[in-house]
Ligand binder design. Structure first.
Ligand code: ADP
Ligand code: MG
Length: 255
């Protein structure tokens, strides 16, 4: 990657649904090594930005770059291969599989031919499975979900599903993680534990872009905050600057 390139950069990104401009010329950059918060009222376009960045939706215009390389319009698997992973506001899990199985599947090689070929050889497969299982065990512990390992995903609470979807991302450890409301529906103690875990992954080198509504969590954990309103970036800066910005307060109160 070019020296000094942002971990993620969007430039004049646009996406309309029918007549509605969900993302209406949004531009921002995420500094490598940061925990960047993405906030804004409901309907501001935050989740759509994540969809455009991760290839779930194709932008009408604008550019997306990861570590300086343009990825605009690539399919989701190709973008994941560039080291960008995401969770969804509504977790996407295998509902009839257990917590453990959901983690194991996330850790399996998915499309690389060489790795898949490796999986055909029994010894290599056993070794790889043992490594994935060890990682799944560690992730279960980090998320305090050991007691739920044999529960089917469809039986989990909303908050537990959020945790499991983060766990699935932790199985792959992409260098850039996009999290869409990771703490929504998670109780306060666990939300704090979750963000402590995010901070630890960040210390180990993972860059985060996180949509989060709970301002106390944003203030405590994010080093930079981007505010979206009506499909555009309204403001960005350090958390305490953002909290005191009259335009930001107006966007929230004015709806
Ligand atoms: P946020 O995540 O900030 O709450 P979203 O990106 O989910 O906002 O939505 C932005 C706007 O785009 C909203 O008005 C929403 O209803 C609309 N929108 C999002 N996705 C779609 C879609 N797939 N089809 C139609 N409208 C959509
Ligand atoms: Mg959203």
């Amino acid at each position: 990657a070019p020296a000094g390139a942002p971990a993620l950069e969007i430039t004049d990104l646009r996406k309309s649904f029918g007549g509605l401009a969900a993302v209406d010329g949004a531009s921002f950059a995420v500094r490598p090594g940061s925990i960047t918060g993405l906030i804004g009222p409901n309907g501001a376009g935050k989740s759509t930005v994540m969809d455009l960045v991760s290839g779930v939706q194709t932008p009408d215009a604008g550019a997306v770059r990861v570590a300086g390389q343009e990825i605009t319009g690539l399919p989701p698997e190709a973008i994941a291969d560039r080291g960008l992973g995401r969770t969804f506001q509504t977790p996407r899990l295998y509902p009839t599989m257990t917590v453990w199985e959901n983690l194991m599947v996330a850790g399996m090689p998915q499309r690389h031919e060489t790795l898949r070929a490796g999986f055909l050889r029994a010894a290599a497969r056993r070794q790889a499975e043992a490594e994935i299982a060890a990682r799944a065990e560690a992730v279960l512990g980090e998320l305090e979900m050991q007691s739920m390992r044999d529960e089917r995903a469809e039986t989990l609470s909303g908050g537990q599903r959020k945790l499991l979807s983060l766990g699935r991302l932790m199985m792959r450890r992409p260098p850039v993680m996009l999290l869409d409301e990771p703490a929504a529906g998670v109780n306060r103690r666990l939300a704090t534990a979750l963000f402590d875990r995010i901070a630890e992954l960040n210390r180990q080198g993972t860059t985060f872009l996180i949509v989060e509504h709970e301002m106390q969590l944003v203030m405590r954990y994010c080093d930079h905050v981007i505010v979206m309103h009506q499909g555009r970036v309204l403001a960005e800066g350090a958390p305490d600057e953002i909290r005191a910005d009259p335009a930001v307060i107006e966007a929230y109160l004015g709806g």
